[in-house]
Design a protein around this ligand. Sequence first.
Ligand code: ASP
Length: 326
Amino acid sequence: MTPTVLVVGLGGTITMTPGAGGGVTPALSPADLLAGVPGLADLPVTLETTDFRRLASGSLGIDDITALAGLLRSRLGEHHAGAVVVQGTDTIEETAYLLDLYHAGPQPVVVTGAMRHPGQAGADGPGNLLAAVRTAASEAARNLGCLVVLADEIHAARRVRKTHTTAGSTFQSPDGGPLGYVVEGRPRLLNRLPRRPALDPPAATRPPRVPLLTMSLGDDGVLLDDLGGRVDGAVIAGFGGGHVPQSLVEKVQKLAEQVPVVLASRAGSGPVLTETYGYPGSERDLLARGLVPAGFLDPFKARLLLCALLSSGATPRAIESAFAAS
Ligand code: ASP
């Protein structure tokens, strides 16, 4: 029996054609996209499609991705080798991570997109889609959770980031590099990350309200004022190893007394420190005041883990251990 791959469309540049008001807008269905991929019909793979959303990826919500996680759980059966999710690249680093948190099965869920729309010379959509289907159908990609495949690189959802607004090589995993590559049409996995136990996607309720606050030079903390009463949790993207101006320490502590607050770094790679600096506003100071270190998770992924944990009713202790294991 040939392996089956489920292809789910969410929109993004890969689906965009000229719109009435100028510029390109999401238009193509997954079936339209697959029809335009040279070589796909020759693969020993049966394809199923679901047209789930047609949006720019910045307009997807946590509820859309939670619903998609539920769909993947119910649709992926024994005869499925894996799934491909096709979407805009702007938020792939977030959607793929959220899907990864909820994906329990052995089948790879491979997220892909394109940096150039179908009307541009050198459009990368067809090549990315072919590489994604090959990865989703591959034995080598089983039990790796959710992966991001673009430009023939295979990245872990937990580590990948969009690093450039236009470059074809925009997707990078700054902490540890890609897990592998698609070479001569074959997914070759060189590294793997230990898998974490999956969370259960929550029932359709309001996603928790968790703002991300990025520190900047001379920040007076206006966004922290009275924040605790309006949110369910917060992530602070601190300077360097996880630092805030000393003038904000009291406001941050007050917030952490009201809701869970996770400390990440705005630096772009590397972990939050835990035991180096001792000045007011340093990571040691903030952790002693109750903030939870994000480890190697960047601020965007840390926010999604906190949202998922809050949705599942996790206790403060469970939140700490989930971040410690992330
Ligand atoms: N703005 C687009 C989106 O994320 C960009 C892309 O798909 O590359 O939907």
